[in-house]
Design a protein around this ligand. Structure first.
Ligand SMILES: [Ca+2]
Length: 435
């Protein structure tokens, strides 16, 4: 009886942690209220450069840190100054009535594919007209953080009509995993054809959190997949075990095969798909437009969200080291933020963003933003703009959106498109403000 009680308590603890983490709130109920506020009726967020701060070298962040004692490993690893000037911008609605949209991907004709977490993929026109659900999406485990997650369009889509989706896949015995499937989009964009599951994180676990799952292309034949630690003790301890794919970045070819130059190919028991390890929950990733390097952003513990530039075969430390504290309070295991043989993040947020979605901006609509990283915030309801020089963050600006931001992508028009996370969410875009 006592055993059952303990198991139940642990389950409830983990479940509550999942609900709290993405809101950064002590109350899951208040999160539901905030989420219910979504929709397009809210006034558009606007900022103009005339409102530039009086003291431009002050950090934008003024809230106290969760773990002040941890300091940082180098200057500029957290709370960098805000930039001195910015573009004038505003937001405008593109599409509405989407249930927890998770990802946006543009097709070559300027229309979009959008996932809704409960398990629907939709086609959205440039005018914001939303299609019926596209047929052929596999069954998903849509409990808690799970469901249909990322969508990515192959660089050769114009010829191949190939798309990729990631999702929480139900497995045997009540378990699940993060899967990636490749499919052909029918000519009328109404159904997925020839669907093939090319990747599964292993092992399967019993959890409904930390699926990660952003897909990015290194080249037309190779993708990186940012994964999660499947949340809570003991799952997350496996992020320090390189024989599995818990808490990793995986790298595979688009046919599902393993690239021969992956760091652990031929290394005894280590997972051949593994690119980097020791990650907590990667929900944002993009390729740097000049260096071609992979950058990722992961949900950390309370005060430990991280920006990383994952390199082949390296260990990014979770949960052995981390900034921040447990969501329930108290240190993460030994309470260490640094260790010589483990990698430091390029940057971390304390307090957290609850990050999701990332793009390096290369468009013409905002010339002053070219080369900067834009990262979505769920808890913070903002987009964080990072100015990066020589692989270090030198300035951070907050674009206050006023809705939970789940994905951030650049449109072919150079505008920045956002998926807003709510039961009645939608797509917004950031456009230049008049004048
Ligand atoms: Ca780390």
């Amino acid at each position: 009886m006592r055993h059952i009680f303990l198991v139940l308590s642990l389950f409830l603890l983990v479940a509550c942690q999942g609900a709290v983490e993405e809101t950064g709130s002590d109350s899951a109920a208040s999160a539901a209220i905030v989420a219910g506020n979504g929709g397009l009726e809210m006034a558009a967020a606007t900022n103009t450069s005339e409102e530039a701060p009086a003291s431009p070298r002050e950090p934008e962040e003024t809230e106290p840190r969760e773990a002040e004692d941890y300091g940082s490993a180098f200057d500029g690893q957290t709370r960098v100054p805000r930039p001195e000037s910015t573009e004038s911008w505003t937001t405008e609605p593109v599409a509405s009535d989407l249930e927890h949209p998770w990802a946006i991907a543009f097709l070559p004709d300027g229309t979009m594919l959008v996932t809704e977490r409960p398990g629907r993929l939709r086609h959205v026109t440039r005018d914001g007209e939303v299609s019926d659900p596209i047929a052929g999406v596999p069954e998903v485990d849509a409990r808690n953080q799970g469901g249909l997650l990322d969508v990515a369009v192959a660089p050769d889509f114009a010829d191949s009509r190939t798309v990729f989706i990631s999702y929480a896949e139900p497995r045997e015995d009540g378990m699940n995993t993060t899967a990636v499937a490749r499919a052909r989009m029918s000519d009328d964009a109404r159904s997925l054809e020839e669907l093939d599951v090319i990747f599964r994180q292993y092992p399967d676990v019993t959890s409904t959190g930390h699926y990660g799952s952003r897909i990015v292309f290194q080249d037309p034949d190779t993708i990186w997949i940012g994964l999660g630690d499947r949340q809570g003790h003991p799952n997350r301890l496996q992020a320090q075990d390189p024989t599995n794919l818990i808490g990793t970045v995986a790298r595979i070819h688009t046919d599902g095969s393993v690239p021969e130059d992956n760091p652990f190919v031929g290394h005894a028991d280590n997972a051949p798909e593994l690119w980097s390890w020791g990650h907590r929950n990667i929900q944002a990733a993009d390729i740097h437009p000049e260096t071609g390097a992979l950058w990722t952003v992961e949900h950390g513990p309370r005060g430990g969200d991280e920006l990383n530039r994952p390199e082949a075969g390296k260990n990014y430390g979770w949960p052995t080291i981390s900034y921040g504290i447990e969501y329930r309070g108290g240190p993460v295991y030994e309470g260490q933020a640094r260790q010589d043989d483990l990698e430091q993040p390029v940057y971390f947020w304390d307090p957290v963003l609850a990050p999701s979605g990332m793009v390096f901006y290369t468009g013409q609509a905002f010339p002053a933003w070219q080369g900067d990283a834009f990262i979505g915030g769920l808890r913070t309801e903002r987009v964080s703009r990072l100015i990066i020089e020589d692989d270090r963050v030198v300035a951070e600006e907050w674009l206050e959106i006023g809705e939970r931001v789940r994905d951030v992508v650049q449109g072919p028009d150079g505008f920045i498109y956002l998926a807003t996370d709510a039961p009645n969410g939608g797509i917004l875009r950031i456009v230049p403000a008049d004048g």
